[in-house]
Design a protein around this ligand. Structure first.
Ligand code: COA
Length: 316
């Protein structure tokens, strides 16, 4: 049984991270060639320059997980908990995590978690709480293939959503304080502003989602910063959900966090939903932007309407 830190959350460390992006790059020019849009419009209104399309939720999850396992130095059989955050499982039944668990050769438990674009933080907090119940080592994966549920003839959504996966290995470490605070929430009365029926395509009230997203992510981030007792100046890295650069800019301004302490990947990934914060965290780690002891703020929002934030103390 993992020891619980007195008065705190289960001790843990992130010991591996990895991502997977499909090979096919879709540029703004590709959209402009077939839709009434332009590179200028998309860059100015969203910050997205290109994104990746292709693959399956399962295959992307497996590839990202293998990279995270390699970084952590652990074998899949040493994983006793797999939490797969996805909004786009390849099949209705069984859960996508079932195939991912089998492909990797993990032990123990596995399940899917759907909290849309806030799902990676929901999954991280869920996995961490289960480490406090005795699990030793978790894979937390965010994997989505939103291009499959996006109407590629609808310029308002087609340019935004894309495919990708990100994963971390989370290990019980009673001596390490990883999570300083968290906030998980949703307002189900806003479900209709961003939704997708079985077999259908995403429909979205863009302006309303934008307005609610800024408010939800700022309030949630402010809550976790207050709960952790950290100020904007203490945040070494802000990892926001990668939906729209203007949403990130608005949050950065309101939170008072310097833009150069923010991880941005959406210019080359688009909105990869559950994968987005995992990919942004991975890229910062790969670029050497994180050192032991750094305070990291993760904050996202998504369909539901969900939101989730966490303050972490980085240390692998
Ligand atoms: N190219 C050119 N014009 C486009 C376009 C595109 N790709 N997409 C929409 N437009 C048009 C609209 O049709 C509208 O035209 P109209 O005035 O003739 O009706 C015009 O641009 C303005 O639309 P509006 O929705 O007000 O633009 P916006 O500045 O709000 O930007 C979004 C649209 C979708 C980029 C923006 O609202 C947004 O990002 N919202 C949040 C979406 C999001 O993050 N979703 C995921 C949440 S996890």
């Amino acid at each position: 049984m993992t020891a619980r830190r007195p008065g705190g959350y289960p001790g843990a460390a992130i010991t591996g991270w990895g991502i997977a992006l499909p090979d096919k790059i879709v540029t703004n020019a590709d959209f402009a060639a077939r839709l009434d849009t332009s590179d200028d419009w998309i860059v100015e209104r969203t910050g997205i320059k290109e994104r990746r399309f292709g693959g399956t939720t399962r295959a992307l999850a497996v590839e990202a997980a293998r990279a995270a396992l390699a970084r952590s130095g652990h074998e899949a059989r040493e994983i006793d908990l797999l939490v797969l955050s996805t909004t786009t499982p390849d099949q209705a039944v069984p859960a996508a995590s079932s195939a991912v668990h089998a492909d990797l050769g993990c032990s123990g438990a596995a399940f899917d978690l759907n909290a849309a674009c806030a799902g990676f933080v929901y999954s991280l907090v869920t996995a961490l709480s289960m480490l406090g119940m005795g699990y030793k080592r978790a894979l937390v994966i965010g994997s989505d293939t939103l291009s499959r549920i996006t109407d590629q003839t609808d310029r308002a959504t087609a340019v935004l959503f894309a495919d990708g996966a990100g994963a971390i290995v989370l290990e019980a470490r009673p001596d390490r304080e990883l999570l300083l605070s968290y906030d998980l929430g949703l307002d189900g009365s806003l479900a209709s502003i961003l939704c997708c029926d079985h077999g259908g395509y995403i429909t979205m009230e863009g302006r309303e989602v934008f307005r609610r997203a800024v408010r939800a992510s700022v309030e949630s981030a402010q809550k976790v910063m207050a709960d952790a007792g950290v100020k904007a100046a203490d945040i070494a890295l802000y990892v926001p959900h990668q939906a729209n650069l203007r949403i990130i800019d608005a949050a950065v301004q309101r939170l008072g966090i310097d833009a150069d302490r923010t991880s941005i990947v959406l210019d080359h990934t688009g909105n990869t939903s559950s994968a987005s914060m995992a990919i942004a965290l991975n890229e910062a780690a790969e670029l050497g932007r994180l050192k032991d002891g750094d305070i990291v703020l993760l904050s996202g929002f998504g369909a539901g309407m969900t939101w989730a934030s966490a303050v972490l103390r980085w240390g692998s």
